[in-house]
Design a protein around this ligand. Structure first.
Ligand code: UD1
Length: 457
């Protein structure tokens, strides 16, 4: 296990390029089960994408990562069951269900269950796939799915909520289904467009009708495709929040400023100077911030739930009161407790968080509770006086490619090191459990045996 050690109070300077989007790469990797071969460029190197690649391998695909991206060869794919450990590792693995059914007419996956953001239901995914001809049986926490006709068929589907995951599952499943699928109420996130671009590149017929619904005319087979994953809008917003809180002058390159249309006005309102370029955003912050009123997470083009935590870290230093309402997930304020350890003044009531800006945050030892919450702790630590220790950074590594290196390139004082505290605790526990006669040397050996860094998922 590793931690970040961050010495705060250093303004950030320079340019940083944004990596490919996790939330686009994961559905593209799932969809890559359908074409014979997919070359996925700018596929970010993250533990979540590694988990998705492992799922493809478990299904029998040959998956290789080279410098420019990932290649998926499905010629030997024959398994239709996703091992439970992969389903547990990454909740969004449910996105593979539509692809497996489209390819094999059968699938067995375990129920993804709840997660750190609260319950993440999949009823909309399942109802849509049922409408397309899937018979689903729940069996001891597993979903046993069959398509009795062998091939999914098109259907008219109404999504009660614009679920990103359900939209992606339907798009993939419908691409090779028999006939036409009309999807009403589809999500409109840029990651949906990115998946559509991948599928279209492979020969899928996806378009929007005059009523604004998504229409997918199933084709017999998809062909091989090369696709570049879109830039990560959440990573871009995170870097901007880092500079807003710590102060400084940065340019975030290789991003799409239009994807940040709900985020940039908040930073402007906070007093940051924002420059929008063709494929870059500049931010200058004096470090003296004002509150930015009321932020309500919404489906795109509304304010993204994934930027709620990073922007909350900025709000902890913004003079006045800022209110966040989280409408997408039930349990997405777990970072608030950790931010409080650094002197943040945050009150939460259900889905509402009220933040009164503090003059200054102080350093602390904090623990990441989830991916974006972890990013929020790093932002606060960059702005705080003194040395902070951010533990459980495995959450951060699910979605940010080498966050420490990126921030160091902007002048931040951040290092990644082994979690000695945790190793000491393990050693102590082994010492107590194993034998009363165990020596200090044995405890030290036990510490050694805690092994190498956590393997990528
Ligand atoms: C969500 C975010 C997405 C973000 C991703 C990772 C939204 C709308 N979606 O996508 O932008 O990148 O998390 O953090 O912001 N729901 C159901 N039944 C279902 C599916 C969803 O009730 O079958 C509900 C969820 O509980 C949630 C809402 O619909 O309240 C949106 O969920 P959904 O978009 O499906 O979540 P993700 O695909 O995980």
């Amino acid at each position: 296990m590793s931690v970040y050690i961050i010495e705060g109070g250093v303004p950030l300077q320079g340019e940083i390029a944004v990596h490919g989007a996790k939330n686009a790469a994961l559905p593209v990797l799932a969809a890559a089960l359908l074409p014979p071969e997919s070359h996925i460029l700018a596929c970010p190197s993250l533990t979540d994408t590694a988990a998705a690649m492992d799922i493809l391998r478990a299904l029998g695909c040959r998956v290789t990562r080279e410098q420019e991206g990932v290649t998926v060869d499905t010629s030997s794919a024959q398994q239709w069951e996703v091992p439970e450990r992969f389903m547990r590792e990454m909740r969004s693995s449910i996105i593979f269900l539509g692809a497996i059914l489209a390819r094999f007419g059968r699938a067995r996956v375990s129920f993804p269950g709840g997660c750190e953001l609260g319950p993440r239901p999949i009823d909309l995914h399942l109802a849509a796939l049922e409408k397309m001809g899937t018979v689903i049986q729940e069996d001891h926490g597993c979903l046993d799915c069959t398509v009795p006709q062998g091939r999914l068929h098109g259907a008219e589907i109404f999504l009660a909520l614009p679920s990103v995951g359900a939209t992606q599952n339907v798009m993939i499943a419908a691409s090779t289904a028999l006939g036409r699928t009309i999807l009403h109420g589809a999500a409109k996130e840029p990651e949906i467009d990115d998946l559509a671009a991948f599928l279209r590149g492979a020969g899928a017929r996806i378009y929007t009708n005059s009523a604004g619904s998504m229409v997918i005319d199933g084709v017999e087979q998809l062909h091989s495709v090369t696709h570049r994953v879109m830039p990560d809008r959440i990573a871009a917003a995170t870097y901007l929040c880092c500079a807003a809180a710590a102060g400084g002058n940065i340019v975030v390159r290789d991003c799409v400023p239009g994807h940040l249309q709900a985020v940039l006005p908040c930073l402007e309102q906070a007093g940051c100077r924002i420059q929008r370029y063709g494929d870059a955003v500049g931010l200058r912050s004096q470090g003296q911030l004002h509150s930015f009123g009321w932020v309500r997470t919404m489906p795109y083009p509304g304010f993204p739930t994934d930027v709620q935590a990073p922007l909350m870290a900025v709000a902890t230093l913004a003079k006045g009161t800022t209110v966040f309402t989280e409408t997408i997930f039930e349990n997405r304020f777990r970072h608030a407790d950790e931010l409080r350890r650094m002197g943040a003044n945050i009150r939460t009531e259900g889905r509402v968080a009220i933040i009164t800006g503090a003059e200054q945050l102080h350093s602390a030892s904090v623990v990441c509770t989830d991916l974006r919450g972890g990013a929020a702790l790093c932002i606060a630590a960059l702005a705080a006086q003194g040395q902070s220790r951010v533990a459980e950074i495995r959450h951060i590594e699910r979605g940010y490619e080498h966050l420490d290196q990126s921030l160091r390139s902007l002048g931040a004082n951040i290092t990644r090191s082994r979690d000695e505290k945790e190793e000491e605790t393990h050693a102590e526990q082994n010492y107590i459990q194993d034998s009363p006669a165990q020596t200090d040397q044995a405890a030290a050996d036990a510490a050694q045996k805690t092994g190498p860094e956590e393997a990528p998922a």
